[in-house]
Design a protein around this ligand. Structure first.
Ligand code: TXA
Ligand code: MG
Length: 335
């Protein structure tokens, strides 16, 4: 938690200063390719406690630890089995998080006492530059207040965290817009704990039959031996103030015709003329692709709240590729 309540805004060229703040036990918000993160030195339990305070996050929801590269793995993990190395080789740096047995240097508060630590090597240039300046790993959840949509641009990160952190690095808008894919290895199974831009199709291809990919249902893996769900999946997530109705494409046209009042916003995939709605209507958000929809989702939810919308009708994308992650977030946002 910031001592003075003052938050410094830093430019990407000032990541050296941001690293120094982290080194001294401070909190720094920084951009990544997925969402903005709220970072602290992962070896500093007191600094990490500040993350939970700033986010008002329950203490039993563990943090993802960010690394500059695979060379830092021995600092944070006791071992990385060959399967982990295959996946890291293919998907790091990028929107991919893997849970490995933690080293003793990782304090309990980071993993909420669990033996596994979640590790991610981001690809965003600003994040990489910041992490390269740190000789320690950086614990960072999404930089939102607990339960709210993650920030995917500087303005949203500032709105959530100004006055609660020591610094915010003003970076570009996040390219992906949804949180990273999280996997956990369990013998010859790979459990997808959270869907993201590293899709099941990509994971299957990388595994090439070396391991079995387990079904993830709203973040809860369904393994033959019933492993516990990812800790954070118990909590409300990604919710805007407005009521969100997630509808299948086939029902979108009907839902849109039924809710044509001023307080309603529509999120739809563009297919020719979307359901006969005038595109000049400010409460209609259309997306050219599923990736575009994913990138803009949280920004749209925030825009709807700022406009005072009472209802958001959001079309569910097809259940494949990045569409799976987007459906997951929409269904959670719908509560
Ligand atoms: O894209 C991302 O992953 C972003 C950026 C900032 O890297 N981070 C992010 O962190 O989304 P957060 O804290 O908002 O979500 C992390 C999720 C939570 O649901 C948490 O419960 C789960 O990861 N998690 C973290 N550590 C874990 C562990 N050791 N075992 C199982 N689940 C874990
Ligand atoms: Mg989060």
């Amino acid at each position: 938690m910031t001592r003075s309540g003052t938050t410094v805004i830093l430019s990407p060229s000032e990541v050296g200063r941001a690293a120094e703040i982290l080194r001294c036990g401070g909190l720094v918000v920084f951009p990544t390719e997925t969402v903005y993160g709220l970072g602290a030195n992962a070896f500093d339990a007191t600094a990490c406690a500040g993350i939970f305070a700033a986010k008002q996050r329950p203490a039993d929801n563990p943090l993802i630890v960010h690394l500059a590269g695979v060379s830092q793995l021995p600092l944070v993990a006791r071992q990385a089995v060959p399967l982990a190395r295959v996946l890291l080789q293919r998907f790091a740096p990028g929107p991919f998080t893997i849970i490995l047995p933690r080293s003793q240097a990782i304090p309990d508060i980071v993993t909420a006492g669990l033996d596994g630590v979640a590790l991610r090597i981001p690809s965003n240039q600003v994040a990489r530059a910041l992490l390269a300046h740190c000789e320690f790993p950086v614990a960072a959840p999404s930089a939102n207040r607990s339960g709210r949509p993650s920030p995917t641009d500087f303005e949203a990160a500032f709105a959530h965290m100004n006055g609660r952190v020591d610094a915010i690095v003003r970076g570009p808008d996040c390219e992906i817009g949804l949180e990273s894919t999280i996997v956990r290895l369990n013998g010859s199974y790979v459990e997808v704990l959270r869907e993201g831009a590293v899709t099941r199709e990509m994971l299957s291809e990388a595994l090439q039959g070396r391991a079995t990919l387990l079904e993830a249902h709203q973040g809860t893996a369904v393994a033959p031996d019933q492993p516990p769900p990812a800790p954070g999946t118990r909590y409300r997530h990604y919710q805007p103030h407005a009521r969100l109705l997630a509808v299948e494409a086939a029902e979108a046209a009907t839902a849109l015709q039924q809710h044509r009042d001023a307080g309603t916003a529509f999120l739809v995939l563009r297919r020719g003329e979307p359901y006969g709605l005038p595109l000049t209507d400010t409460a209609v958000f259309t997306f050219d692709s599923v990736e575009h929809y994913a990138r803009e989702l949280y920004r749209c939810l925030r825009a709807c709240d700022q406009r005072g919308c009472t209802t958001i009708i959001a079309e569910l994308p097809p259940n494949d590729g990045v569409g799976r992650a987007l459906r997951d977030r929409l269904l959670r946002a719908a509560g």
